[in-house]
Design a protein around this ligand. Structure first.
Ligand SMILES: Nc1nc2c(ncn2[C@@H]2O[C@H](COP(=O)(O)OP(=O)(O)OP(=O)(O)O)[C@@H](O)[C@H]2O)c(=O)[nH]1
Ligand SMILES: [Mg+2]
Length: 426
């Protein structure tokens, strides 16, 4: 790639995780950087015993890294940790080059990928919040022009105040427009809920194959690409199985290690599909060596969204890309110990495992409320039709003046049928 910038990537090995985890995280940062055309020319994993307020790392180590950057003529220093605004400023003074952190790189990827108005505003919101405490940086955000504003002290301060006010103003305007979009979407969501179909949300690490799965199961024309964060919005489509009731599936933005809080917040309404879902389908790329970290990182985000307790099907995807049978079994075993719920091995690419997944989806979507028995009067055939459309029927009989039905009913229609439910005493 001829025009790529070059950078030294710096990881900080403290005792919050093992060395392998720190290395994997640094490798992931290299992938994130390459998504924004930055080559990871040098990787440094610096030991971090006690964080120093000035550079995070000790000043000896900081000098060493700055020198490495100079001698190799690299363009940037990129940290695998989030730096405080003042640490970032100190680094930029020391190294005389733009110094970024993981947060800023992720923001830049999101900014480049955002296509819909909503995604663009959500990213802008997160960006402005990142920028606000960093107005005195010598180098601004990746996407903006570089080079510091070097006026006299008084001029600089005036400008700073103007910039600050402009940003605060812009944040409120962005928020306002986002809330209008959110309102429109929540109306749409309500209409969908009134459609009484259970909803499953496809979640997982970025690039695991979530959009591919939605496309395979529903025929939705969503973007599939071998890169990080292809999807930034959410798409919901109906699955029309040959037999049995329909369900809705929705695909949404992928997760990653240390996904910045401001982005989780900014994408809250996109992630709302996940929060409102009846069940989750967690897609995991089982072929990569760091599969377990990806599993944990997704679980961390699910915890943050307070949806970790939802019934979840774990899909081990891309089994075609892992030819070592023994390794595949070992990985599967390891995950089945952590995962509490159904687990399906798939290759969405080759269409393997999709049938089993359909069965699991049907079971999880309709059995959650457990089996219920109903006695529905003949004149309420509309409710019987509703059960046929939206529930899983186990048994059905016509008695003299009523239909007797036993079914697995999704919570969305349970209330309507409640008056006709047979209680256990009967
Ligand atoms: N080998 C293999 N590749 C797959 C499989 N499923 C998906 N892929 C590929 O993995 C890449 C990512 O697929 P996507 O469906 O875009 O992944 P995603 O989870 O939606 O990713 P983001 O939206 O970026 O978070 C694409 O290149 C797919 O073709 C599979 O079963 N096997
Ligand atoms: Mg996707």
């Amino acid at each position: 790639m001829p025009n790529n910038h070059k950078a030294v990537l710096v990881g900080c090995a403290d005792d919050t995780a093992g060395l392998t985890e720190h290395q994997a995280s640094l490798q992931e940062l290299a992938r994130l950087c390459s998504s924004v055309d930055i080559d990871a020319s040098e990787l440094v994993l610096a030991p971090l015993r006690s964080p120093s307020p000035r550079y995070l790392l000790g000043s000896g180590k900081a000098e060493e890294i700055a020198e490495l950057r100079r001698s190799h003529e690299l363009d940037y220093i990129v940290f695998d940790r989030n730096l405080s605004p003042s640490q970032q400023r100190n680094w930029e003074r020391l190294a005389a080059c733009p110094v970024m952190d993981r947060h800023e790189v992720i923001l830049e990827i999101f900014r480049r990928r955002a296509r819909t108005r909503q995604a663009q505003l959500q990213v802008e919101h997160a960006e402005l919040q990142y920028k606000l405490p960093r107005l005195t940086r010598a180098w601004t955000h990746l996407s903006r022009q570089r080079g510091g504003r070097r006026g006299t002290r008084g001029e600089g301060e005036k400008q700073l105040e103007l910039d600050r006010r402009w940003i605060l103003n812009r944040i409120s305007r962005v928020k306002l427009e986002l809330s209008r979009i959110d309102n429109r979407q929540s109306t749409k969501r309500k209409r969908r809920r009134a459609g009484q179909l259970p909803i499953g949300s496809i979640v997982g690490y970025t690039n695991a194959g979530k959009s591919s799965l939605l496309r395979t199961m529903t025929g939705a024309e969503v973007l599939v690409a071998d890169r990080l964060f292809s999807t930034l919005d959410s798409t919901t489509r109906t699955v029309h199985p040959e037999q049995g009731p329909r369900v809705l599936l929705s695909d949404t933005v992928g997760f990653i290690r240390h996904l910045p809080h401001s982005l989780v917040d900014a994408f809250h309404s996109t992630l709302e599909e996940t929060v409102l879902a009846d069940f989750l389908i967690h897609v995991l790329d089982i072929s990569v060596p760091e599969y377990h970290e990806c599993y944990e990182a997704t679980r961390d985000t699910l915890r943050e969204l307070e949806v970790i307790e939802k019934p979840t099907i774990l899909v081990l995807n891309k089994i075609d890309a892992l030819t070592d049978e023994f390794e595949l079994t070992t990985r599967r075993e390891k995950l089945s110990q952590s995962h509490n719920g159904p687990l399906v091995m798939c290759s969405v690419l080759k269409g393997q495992g999709i049938e089993q997944l359909s069965t699991e989806i049907r079971d999880i979507a309709f059995d959650e409320a457990g089996r219920q028995s109903y006695l529905i009067p003949i004149e309420r055939y509309d409710l019987v039709a509703l059960l046929h459309r939206s529930a899983r029927i186990y048994h059905e009989d016509v008695e003299e003046n009523a239909y007797s039905v036993t079914a697995g009913v999704p919570p969305t229609i349970a209330e309507q049928l409640e008056p006709f439910r047979l209680t256990e005493e009967l």
